[in-house]
Design a binder for this molecule. Structure first.
Ligand SMILES: O=P(O)(O)O[C@@H]1[C@@H](OP(=O)(O)O)[C@H](OP(=O)(O)O)[C@H](O)[C@H](OP(=O)(O)O)[C@H]1OP(=O)(O)O
Ligand SMILES: Nc1ncnc2c1ncn2[C@@H]1O[C@H](COP(=O)(O)OP(=O)(O)O)[C@@H](O)[C@H]1O
Length: 375
């Protein structure tokens, strides 16, 4: 197949998968961003795009996420990892299963404005959700890799003192309050300050709307998916993941009679045990900000401004996956999703990744504990 055809197919696939139709009318213009991109609406952590000197994540007008590859060796490690996992010639069961836990990978690309920068083109996990509640949870007791020097180790260790005990840490989140109809943002500074006894109620609890009406439905869906990931980790010895995250998303905007109604009842009862106000924390209120939603970009139909490297094996896999899916399916009744992201520190150590597994099991235990709280 000639490379040009492959490129068209890939773009077509991305548009199909990401429901470009639905995005055409609200794709805002911003002369400061690369053509055909906006700032992702729901990025809760990580490197944010601030221009040439600080590259981060962008959202392409076809809906996919473009992640700027960081400087080597971190960036190259992540690109190589995605290429390995999404290699269509791969028949390894461990890798095939892992693929389903990751955002789909559509190859790497370059933007006209930054031709020397490699971008990973990824499925946007948050896209199917109308009012996404999103949390980035960095996994592992130890978030520095085997090649880290003393300065990096010190930096990581002081960042979140309880990580050794919990095996996971929040790095940023946003929640949607269905009563106030507002999205609330919690930045990394808030997350790092969560004490040992606050993690369950102020961290996970705030995320799952414990104060008003615990989102048991979302927790149950996520638990199921997390147990699948756990069982993969329990047997695989191929990869060790340091400083990698789980991105948990659930729909904050549920149909009135399904979710909002009981929440409002609960909200108005002082003795309901659910609390009479929202998060009730000034700190949280201070974190409210609309910047995550201010997405501007050049409006353009010229998707040729993005050049996709020819990586046929990656593409054919994606196309196969897409065949069964229509863009309508993407804005369906998805309740929740979780994917593994951020692979800048993946190593092959030939052993069970106890570091990650410990955190994952503890996260699962904490979610189960949330479900056990009286409603
Ligand atoms: O790039 P920076 O300066 O924002 O630092 C990154 C950290 O941001 P911070 O400033 O601590 O909030 C960043 O921390 P968070 O993930 O935001 O907690 C990471 O530690 C990142 O290291 P790595 O990519 O995981 O190896 C850090 O990258 P390095 O300092 O290791 O390059
Ligand atoms: N595939 C994706 N879909 C949707 N959002 C994503 C995706 N990948 C990353 N993000 C958003 O970007 C943030 C940072 O991503 P990450 O890969 O950890 O970048 P970094 O290497 O800069 O830390 C995540 O917390 C999440 O909000």
């Amino acid at each position: 197949m000639p490379p040009g055809v492959l490129t068209d197919l890939l773009v077509e696939a991305c548009l199909h998968l990401c429901g470009k139709k639905g995005m055409d009318n609200d794709f805002p213009e911003n002369p400061h961003l690369p053509k055909g991109t906006v700032l992702p609406r729901n990025q809760v952590a990580g490197h944010k795009h601030e221009g040439r000197s600080k590259l981060g994540l962008l959202q392409h007008e076809d809906g996919t996420i473009l992640k700027a590859s960081q400087k080597p060796p971190r960036g190259t490690r992540e690109v190589d990892f995605y290429k390995q996992v999404f290699d269509a010639t791969c028949t390894d069961k461990t890798i095939l299963q892992l693929r389903s836990f990751l955002p789909r990978f559509f190859g790497v690309c370059h933007l006209e404005e930054y031709p020397d920068v490699t971008y990973l083109k990824l499925e946007n996990i948050v896209y199917p959700f109308r009012k996404p509640c999103v949390v980035d949870i960095k996994m592992g007791k130890r978030t520095y890799d085997p090649e880290a020097g003393p300065a990096k180790i010190a930096k990581e260790v002081t960042k979140f003192p309880y990580v050794e005990k919990f095996g996971f840490q929040f790095t940023g989140m946003q929640t949607y309050d269905p009563v106030e109809q507002k999205t609330k943002f919690y930045d990394k500074f808030f997350c790092r300050k969560l004490g040992e006894d606050e993690l369950l109620k102020k961290g996970l609890g705030a995320f799952f709307n414990l104060q008003q009406c615990l989102r048991r439905d979302a927790i149950q869906v996520l638990l199921e998916k997390l147990r699948e990931i756990e069982s993969w980790f329990a047997s695989q010895t191929m990869f060790s993941f340091y400083a990698s995250s789980l991105l948990l998303v659930y729909e904050g905007d549920m149909p009135y009679n399904n979710y909002l109604s009981p929440c409002i009842q609960c909200h108005s009862k002082e003795d309901s045990g659910c609390g009479s106000s929202g998060c009730g924390s000034t700190e949280l209120d201070q974190n409210e900000d609309s910047s995550g939603c201010t997405c501007e970009s050049d409006k353009t139909d010229d998707i040729s401004s993005i050049s996709i490297e020819n990586s046929s094996s990656v593409i054919s896999t994606s196309l196969n996956d897409i065949k069964t899916e229509s863009s309508e399916d993407l804005h369906n009744d998805a309740i929740a999703d979780v994917r593994m992201i951020d692979f800048t520190h993946v190593f092959s150590q030939g052993e069970i990744d106890e570091n990650y597994l410990f955190g994952l099991r503890n996260l699962i235990r904490n979610l189960e504990m949330l479900l056990e709280l009286p409603s």
